[in-house]
Write a protein that binds this ligand. Sequence first.
Ligand code: 13P
Length: 252
Amino acid sequence: MTARRPLVAGNWKMNGLRGSVAEVEALASALQQRPAPACDVMIAPPFTLIAQFAHTTANTGISIAGQDCSALAPGAHTGDVAATMLADAGATAVIVGHSERRQDHFETDETVNAKAHAVHAAGLVAIICVGETEPERDRGETLDVVKGQLSGSVPDNADAVNTVIAYEPVWAIGTGRTPTTDDVETVHATIRECLVTRFGAEKGNAMRVLYGGSVKAANASELMAVANVDGALVGGASLRAADFDGIIDAYR
Ligand code: 13P
């Protein structure tokens, strides 16, 4: 069994102004003053705050990620942001294929795969999201949907250094609802199996698989204790340092 260092990542989505750096400072100070967690800690702010947050978190152990990027190289693409630009601003990772991107911007597995390629080419870590919608779950299609998204969205060059998978059931995002720990265990075991089958035991067992969807301080320990759950991708509860630190407590 390969030891995987867990990752707790906060996805700020379309939230945060320059003054929100106070929360990042509060988190950095909590990390310094409290027992060091046995996990990596990351924040994915909106594009506008990446450079500022990267500056503030230098030498704090908190890393910074983008929430999306273009699959294209820099050029005439109004409104888009290249992975190389995120790297230049201080990001070390980029979330790709979040369900809000898949739904609101009609991103397909093919698009997500191309974006992950761009992330890798920029020397960054791709956090690739997968997860079923509620109707898919009700039809009993969860495992098939997740397998299909994995095979389409994860590029062939993925390994444990350049890629993290995040399982986020769409119906659990921002709803306060979470799957049972048995359901999380089943999906994560399936994801692990897919990764091992495709990339071999060494790489497949070393890749981190995060759970996301209504993770809070109150349920983090239970969810993080599930087999093959290697950390969390947190939305709402990552915006305030005290809440996010309460989730990181699962690894103290
Ligand atoms: P919530 O934690 O707000 O449910 O959001 C999860 C998510 O989408 C993280 O990417």
